[in-house]
Structures are given as structure tokens and as C-alpha cells.
Design a protein around this ligand. Structure first.
Ligand SMILES: [Zn+2]
Length: 206
């Protein structure tokens, strides 16, 4: 792909549909990544995880593990039937967690399947900016989340974005162009997208 870095962010814990990793598996994976990084000269793998936000906004991975991660993504994967106020509070609580860097697929929409949650976007974007929490533009062809309209609003609020592939297999890495196109539709520029940065500058954001 011509990349300088990549982040591996498998699902954590109790998310059985996604074969989430338990603590033991997470530690094993971290060791494997260390070994690979030792071999690379001009490439780095970031250790990361996509943890779950429980119905109160707390994470399902202990802080001592999150502390050792380079990148922590947080995603809502359950309890979608909460009302707008509850969902927004949950999202804000996750953003206020000092270990959380990125909110994955922030609005939960699945094209032709599930509508976006009714979040209070003013609050979400303000808190993203205040807590320096980056919002994902997910390139998966069924998600494209944030969508163009949300991206424009996020940029206007001064939020930082990251274009991710949500790859569950190497072939999905190619979906990145869909995320880039979506970000462009939302008038995002290079300066708004954190993973346009070269490695050294990127590191200053984590
Ligand atoms: Zn997810």
C-alpha cells in the first residue's frame, strides 16, 4: 500500500460476533507486534484495540492494558435502542476517557440496514474537539461513517478525523479509497485527516 505505518485494532472482549480478544490474546498479539517491529526498518505497526463502550459509556478493557496501547478505538456495538440522550451521554463518557484516541463508526449507520443513532451532534463534536478525540471516517462500503454531512459539520467544529478501513481481512485495506472519497464529499482537507501525516508528526497526536 506504500504506507509508513498501520494500526492493528482487533475487537476486544465480549463481542462474540467479532471474535473479540480476551486479555491473554491481547498480550500475545502485542508481543507478536513488538517482534515484527524489531525487524522492520522503515515501517511500524501500532498496537491498538477497538474496545466496546458499555451501556453506561465505560470500556470493556482494563486501563492497564489500554495504557500499553499506541492507539485505542472505542465503538458502540450494542444497546442501540437507547434514546438519544442516553446514547449521547454514553458517547461523551467514552470520549472523556483519557485512553481513548478515536471513536469508531461514530453514528452506527449501516447502509440500507440500520439508521444512524440519534446523537446530539453539537455535543458530540464539541466534546470531540475539547477532549482531542479523533472521529473515524470508516471506509467499509456498508458503513461510510461518518457520512459526508457529518464530516462537514465535524470539520466546522474543528474536530480531527481519521480515515480507517475497518479491515477484517487484508483485502479490505483497499477500501480506503471509499473513505477518502467520503471525506472529500464532506469537504475535509488533508489538514483535517490525521493519517495523512508522516509518522513523526502523527506521533505528536497520541
Ligand atoms: Zn466496530
Amino acid at each position: 500500500m506504500g504506507y509508513e505505518y498501520v494500526a492493528i485494532t482487533d475487537h476486544s472482549g465480549n463481542l462474540s460476533i467479532a471474535k473479540g480478544m480476551d486479555e491473554k490474546t491481547i498480550l500475545k498479539q502485542m508481543k507478536e507486534i513488538d517482534k515484527l517491529n524489531d525487524k522492520f526498518e522503515d515501517f511500524i505497526i501500532f498496537k491498538g484495540i477497538e474496545a466496546n463502550i458499555d451501556s453506561f459509556g465505560f470500556l470493556d478493557v482494563p486501563n492497564k492494558i489500554l495504557d500499553d496501547m499506541d492507539i485505542v478505538l472505542e465503538g458502540l456495538h450494542s444497546g442501540f435502542n437507547q434514546n438519544s440522550k442516553e446514547l449521547t451521554r454514553r458517547m461523551l463518557t467514552a470520549m472523556e476517557n483519557e485512553y481513548v484516541n478515536i471513536i469508531a463508526h461514530p453514528t452506527g449507520r449501516k447502509i440500507l440496514d440500520r439508521k444512524a443513532y440519534e446523537l446530539d451532534f453539537e455535543k458530540v463534536f464539541d466534546t470531540s474537539k475539547d477532549t482531542n478525540t479523533i472521529l473515524e471516517v470508516n471506509s467499509h462500503l456498508n458503513l461510510l461513517d461518518l457520512n459526508d454531512g457529518n464530516i462537514k459539520m465535524a470539520v466546522e467544529h474543528g474536530c480531527k478525523l481519521v480515515i480507517n478501513t475497518d479491515a477484517h481481512s487484508p483485502i479490505h485495506l483497499k477500501n480506503i479509497h471509499l473513505g477518502i472519497a467520503t471525506a472529500r464529499r464532506g469537504w475535509a482537507e488533508k489538514k483535517d485527516i490525521i493519517n495523512t501525516l508522516p509518522l513523526k508528526k502523527l506521533m505528536k497526536n497520541f
